[in-house]
Design a protein around this ligand. Structure first.
Ligand SMILES: O=P(O)(O)OC[C@H]1O[C@H](OP(=O)(O)OP(=O)(O)O)[C@H](O)[C@@H]1O
Ligand code: HPA
Ligand SMILES: [Mg+2]
Length: 176
């Protein structure tokens, strides 16, 4: 029996355009600055690679891994740090690279976490910004690519129970 089905939400071309346009804006804001892109494994790995290849300022990359969804489609509310970075950040501008802002808990956790490492600055770029109702207060995002409705989505790095990260387009997953 089929448990879920996928329906396309955003095509790869639109995603690619959003990534290009973010890269341009970040390039111009970070001109002459020592920048470290920190991707949030595993979901944001795909976005970080595409973003970094579209940027032209000199940059370094690193990754942290956190997890809070496990095999579910709702945040457990508890962020688990699985992999930290070792680098001394005191002379870097840190840009946290996230695939999606949903409850916002992961990003808030990481902003606080990186501020404690005393870099020159901490900012964030999120590709998919999930729209919640107006009273829903989340951490501020410095750059975002595409607003999406409040559905559970997969593809372009995003998973359901670890599957579908490799899809090039973004899909809504419906549980039937
Ligand atoms: O705004 P939030 O509600 O915190 O959700 C966003 C985070 O959740 C997902 O990661 P997940 O914990 O599923 O780990 P994964 O990237 O390995 O799938 C996603 O990749 C973001 O990192
Ligand atoms: O909509 C989503 N899809 C996949 N992973 C996620 N993590 C937070 N929100 C989502
Ligand atoms: Mg996940």
């Amino acid at each position: 029996m089929k448990e879920h089905e996928l329906k396309i939400l955003i095509k790869r071309d639109e995603i690619a355009k959003a990534v290009e346009s973010l890269a341009k804006r970040i390039d111009s804001d970070y001109f002459g600055k020592k920048i470290l892109l920190v991707g949030v494994l595993k979901g944001a790995a795909f976005f970080l690679v595409d973003l970094a290849r579209s940027m032209s300022v000199p940059l370094e990359i690193d990754f942290v891994e956190v997890s809070s969804y496990g095999n579910k489609s709702k945040s457990s509310g508890k962020i688990k740090l699985i992999k930290d970075i070792k680098k001394d950040l005191t002379d870097y501008h840190v840009l946290i690279v996230e695939d999606i802002l949903d409850s916002g808990l992961t990003l808030q956790y990481l902003i606080d976490f990186f501020k404690q490492k005393n870099p020159l600055s901490v900012k964030s770029v999120v590709l998919f910004y999930k729209i919640k109702d107006d009273n829903y207060k989340r951490s501020d995002v410095d750059y975002f690519g595409l607003k999406i409705p409040d559905y559970f989505v997969v593809g372009y790095g995003l998973d359901y129970a670890e599957k579908y990260r490799n899809l090039r387009d973004l899909y809504v997953i419906y549980f039937v």
